[in-house]
Design a protein around this ligand. Structure first.
Ligand SMILES: Cc1cc2nc3c(=O)[nH]c(=O)nc-3n(C[C@H](O)[C@H](O)[C@H](O)COP(=O)(O)O)c2cc1C
Length: 208
């Protein structure tokens, strides 16, 4: 295992400058408390506009994002989070409910104009759409977390919530389905858990 005291990237082999590698990957941490410093609509827009460019299958872009920022919105979301996630969700200046649109195929003619007929191929197959939306949405959730970090903010991704209840509360009669909730803001007091190790190179990488 690789401990964080000895994080060593071959920084000079990468095109991304070392400070940016730290901001996005090696020094960035998952925050568990947040300061009161607000996150502006402009910052959230900059994050989403950056996060939308990395790839998805057939350019389907199934991720949808609902930002919860108002006290009223927090009041609706708080009780639906697991107890251990509630206080940090309430303290974060912005919370993103990341969802996927299980009707993503309707936008295929716009997003994949050279193959618009792919919309019809997906039309009768909800199970396949759900599977692909979840996979590609998870990729986009990863891109989103990196974009939050690129804005100089900390992200706190969470799966500990009542997903069906969130869908009922925020996306009733909608094809949107929650896949991840992400707290966003500047870290607050005592924001980090101990840094956990990562696998050693040879334990997760093989070459043939
Ligand atoms: C998909 C996903 C779900 C997570 N769910 C939770 C959660 O419900 N509660 C929580 O406190 N942390 C949650 N985390 C945070 C992870 O535990 C944390 O990112 C991991 O331990 C690495 O921490 P570090 O980024 O500080 O190194 C989640 C992270 C991810 C990516």
């Amino acid at each position: 295992m690789t401990s964080t005291e000895s994080i060593q990237t071959n920084a000079n082999l990468l095109a991304l400058e070392p400070a940016a590698q730290e901001l996005l990957f090696t020094a960035a941490r998952t925050a568990n408390t947040f300061s009161a410093e607000p996150v502006s609509d402009e910052q959230l827009k900059a994050i989403t506009e950056l996060a939308k460019w990395p790839p998805t299958m057939a350019n389907t872009n199934p991720l949808r994002i609902l930002f919860v920022r108002s006290p009223e919105g927090k009041k609706r979301l708080g009780p639906l989070m697991n107890e251990g996630n509630r206080a940090k969700t309430l303290s974060a200046p912005a919370v993103a409910i990341l969802a996927v649109d299980n009707e993503f195929h309707e936008k295929i003619p716009e997003l994949l104009p050279y193959r618009p007929e792919l919309r019809d191929a997906f039309a009768g197959d909800l199970e396949n759409r759900k599977r692909l939306a979840k996979f590609n949405g998870a990729l986009q959730a990863g891109y989103f977390i990196l974009a939050v970090r690129a804005a100089g903010l900390a992200a706190g991704p969470m799966l500990g919530y009542d997903a069906e209840a969130i869908d009922r509360e925020f996306f009733p009669d909608s094809p949107w389905q929650t896949i991840l909730v992400v707290n966003i803001g500047k870290p607050g007091v005592d924001p980090w858990f101990d840094r956990l190790p990562r696998l050693a190179h040879e334990d997760f990488v093989a070459y043939v």
